[in-house]
Design a binder for this molecule. Structure first.
Ligand code: NAP
Length: 253
């Protein structure tokens, strides 16, 4: 796929990895539909993408976990751009916690609300956006490309029952969709990042972060630009399908 003038939808695009992907693709001339939860942050991302060289940028307030919101937003995107070529399912949240925690002889359980909110955004959100994207791209008869953002935690990370399960699900969905959607000219791949410097990782305690970095063979965290670089590769290479790129500096959980 040629990125220049292609219409790419990015969820969670107002900050972090999503914004970095948007800027990277803007510089390559992509038209961008940016989805997130905060209007001010979206407007900021929009101006930055316009300055970076995107010929058309529109923003959409949408909770990716809500079916009606997602279907409405994809209808609006197709109406606004008259085309849809790429989707990056990037929006994600963390609600970490051990399944069981013991303190002073008392056990506490991981709340169902922590489990459910992460599954809703990180797994159901990917399903809903992927489904709406595929529906419109197939109807328009245009070749398409879906990129799902998984995580190194898909291997199973302590304190992340919800996040690890969702990210493993996202990786597997990518394989299923590659098989199902090839007949419509739609490819699907995933990226499983390791520890990347963003606001999400800035909230981790400094001593914990230092310990984690020491375990990475590359001896540093990844940069958001390095994820964006792989996003561009997956969009551009028409033979990449049904695969998960592990971008983690060599770290294995
Ligand atoms: P981030 O800085 O927290 O950005 C995530 C963005 O998604 C935020 O703007 C957030 O909005 C938005 N969002 C959250 N829930 C949403 C919803 N229901 N609907 C629409 N937008 C929503 O996170 P990041 O570090 O850039 O991570 C991006 C993706 O990469 C996530 O899927 C994450 O799991 C994955 N990942 C990150 C790392 C890493 O090291 N950073 C590693 C592996 C995988 P609010 O801020 O308003 O909530």
């Amino acid at each position: 796929m040629k990125i220049e003038n292609s219409v790419i939808v990015i969820t969670g695009a107002a900050q972090g990895l999503g914004q970095s992907m948007a800027l990277y693709l803007a510089a390559k001339g992509a038209k961008l539909a940016l989805i997130d939860l905060d209007n001010d942050k979206l407007s900021q991302a929009q101006s930055l993408c316009e300055q970076a060289g995107s010929p058309q940028v529109a923003t959409y307030l949408c909770n990716v976990a809500k079916e009606d919101d997602v279907s409405d937003v994809f209808n609006r995107i197709v109406a606004d751009f008259s085309a849809i070529h790429g989707l990056i399912n990037n929006a994600g949240i963390l609600r970490d916690g051990l399944l069981l925690k013991q303190k002073d002889g008392e056990f506490s359980k991981l709340p169902l609300s922590h489990w459910q909110s992460v599954i809703d955004v990180n797994l159901t959100g990917v399903f809903l956006c992927g489904r709406e994207f595929a529906y419109h791209a197939a109807q328009l008869g245009q070749p398409g490309c879906i990129i799902n953002i998984s995580s190194i935690s898909r291997a199973g990370n302590m304190g992340q029952s919800n996040y690890s399960a969702a990210k493993a699900g996202v990786a597997t969905l990518s394989v299923v969709w590659a098989k199902e959607l090839a007949q419509y000219g739609i490819r699907c791949n995933a990226i499983a990042p390791g520890f990347i410097r963003t606001d999400m990782t800035a909230s981790i305690r400094e001593d914990v972060l230092a310990k984690m970095t020491a375990m990475i063979p590359a001896k540093r965290m990844g940069e958001a630009d390095e994820i964006a670089h792989s996003v561009a590769f997956l969009l551009e290479n028409d033979y990449m399908n049904g695969r998960i790129i592990e971008l983690d500096g060599g770290l294995r959980l």
